[in-house]
Design a binder for this molecule. Sequence first.
Ligand code: SF4
Ligand code: SF4
Ligand code: SF4
Ligand code: FES
Length: 310
Amino acid sequence: MSNVTLTINGRQVTVPAGTTVLEAAEKIGAFIPTFCYEKDLTAPGACRICVVEIEGWRNLPASCVTAVADGMVVHTESPAVVEARKTILELLVANHPLDCMTCEKSGNCKLQDYAYRYGITGTAFAGEKHAYRPDDSNPYIYRDLNKCILCGKCVATCNAVQERSVINFAYRGFNTKIATFLDTDLKDSECVYCNRCVAVCPVGAIVDKTMMGKGRTWELEKKQVTCTFCAAGCAFDVNYKNGKVVGVTAANAAAGRPLCLKGRLGVNLLYNPDCPEKPLIKKDGEFTEVSWEEALGIAPILEKINALTK
Ligand code: SF4
Ligand code: SF4
Ligand code: SF4
Ligand code: FES
């Protein structure tokens, strides 16, 4: 594949032909915000927050869907770019609850981060706001579509990764929303609560209900492990707060296997007071505490090894 050399913010970068401006900028560490783009998943070029200025171009193209060209001169944060991003953010924030103080996503929210970076307070445009009833119908996912910015990543991941297509865009114009078939609550849909959509949502519109109220995002530590509940061996992140497990999240938000409920909720067994501390085996109709060797069936093998090595 041939290479292309372009200039981004005064720095020359050489990348394979077909690379997007966004990917080329990432290569040299130039910041470009994104909402609807997710590596290996989706780049619909819909949200426009990733616009850049390219010398000689009349418009500000979306960098996530614009391929590099030889000799291209790109500015990722020129005054025109910043102005465009501010307008997009002001429009989003004008129809947003702005309850960052109690929002589970606070600290890990792209809208919050970009609003901070570009100094957006939500006072520029006054108008109608959505007033959707939050979907609290199931034990696993809390959906508050008043916070949705319609990036479409949940739709893409449910379709491409989970292959269920439980959710999609519905209605038109201001009323456009992400909905299940017939716009039911999640509990009445085909959702299997894999939480892939939760993992890719850039804001707090869909959150893991099992982790709500258990810690702010910046208080949590993540450790990647492999699930041992079945032979598939899914990778996921165990989330800790002060050394205590508070939940499980997907290790790779956009790719890989979806996590089943067994893998994500198995951590509940850790602190279940009803869990026996020692293994139990039924003997003469009664559960009796035994050693781990006996429970795992290795006691006879150990006896044989001991006999052979005497
Ligand atoms: S989704 Fe983000 S911007 Fe909206 S309330 Fe939550 S943290 Fe704040
Ligand atoms: S939890 Fe999984 S199945 Fe349910 S809507 Fe989200 S991605 Fe689709
Ligand atoms: S729910 Fe989240 S991921 Fe889905 S469209 Fe809205 S903001 Fe994007
Ligand atoms: S991130 Fe490029 S258009 Fe949305």
